[in-house]
Write a protein that binds this ligand. Sequence first.
Ligand code: ADP
Length: 322
Amino acid sequence: TNLAIVQTPVKPVSDKPAKKKKEKLSALCKTPPSIIRTRGGRGYHRGLFLGEGGFARCFQMKDESGEIFAAKTVAKASIKNEKTKTKLLSEIKIHKSMSHINIVGFIDCFEDDTNVYILLEICPNGSLMDLLKTRKTLTEPEVRFFMVQIIGAIRYLHSRRVIHRDLKLGNIFFDPEMNLKIGDFGLASVLGPHSSRKYTICGTPNYIAPEVLEGKNTGHSFEIDIWAIGVMMYALLCGKPPFQSKDVQVIYERIKQNDYHFPNDDKVQISNEAKKLISDILATNPLQRPSLEDILEYPWFKSGSFPKKITVESLRHNPDFS
Ligand code: ADP
């Protein structure tokens, strides 16, 4: 990329020892100026705050023609060492090389004295996580529709030897037409043609695959994205991830023991076809998990209706597919 990430010295805010060590890194990212000019001379108007993650804050950004984008802003003050800088540059490089209708579009990146800006296609309808929070659970037809889009995007990633490594409901967004877009390539990695990657613990506790926790180095690691698909499908249908617990160590233990159950109450009814697919994906042995192509052949995809389109109405209410 053409980013240099030139650091300007940051004045310490106070000389007292930092008390809140765990403060979010994104808190370092003050609201960017209202107009940002790139070195190439393009100007952008900053708009509304969209949300924040562990590392970045996201704002609306309007270009000179009035088109609106999302700008992921990373404070240079939070890029303290070479490792963080390398990670950010890797996220940019991988995301920049992606082009698929179900992957958040990468537009541009630039920097000023205080921030690095990653300009992305805007996804104004929230994430799958937001949808699940308002709806509690989704219907099987909706989940079928979402799974096909998610799997399409992951097939594209894997065919380019990219492992996302942080697939979760909060990283999959809706575009204005309610198509899903996978975002956040912060943990993604590109696998060499013959290499098998040593697993390092990364990702979000609920979605981590058992082989990552066991630290086993068994061949490829594309299967960790497949595992996350199983966790997401379970969560969308049942309302919470399969290995959920307040205690992270308990989550890890449950993942290693493959200790999960389908809800057994009147409110959440899950078809046997869906249960079969989820339990095959959540196989402890990564080599026993179905491939992306196998998944799409499962009877569940044909065992009920398949919506032509999801509308913004679904953000609030159960849709009627009858
Ligand atoms: P981090 O890498 O710090 O976790 P994310 O990429 O998850 O950052 O982005 C943080 C938040 O910004 C998201 O939770 C979401 O609310 C918002 N966001 C990210 N990308 C977009 C986008 N393309 N369109 C709209 N909002 C976005």
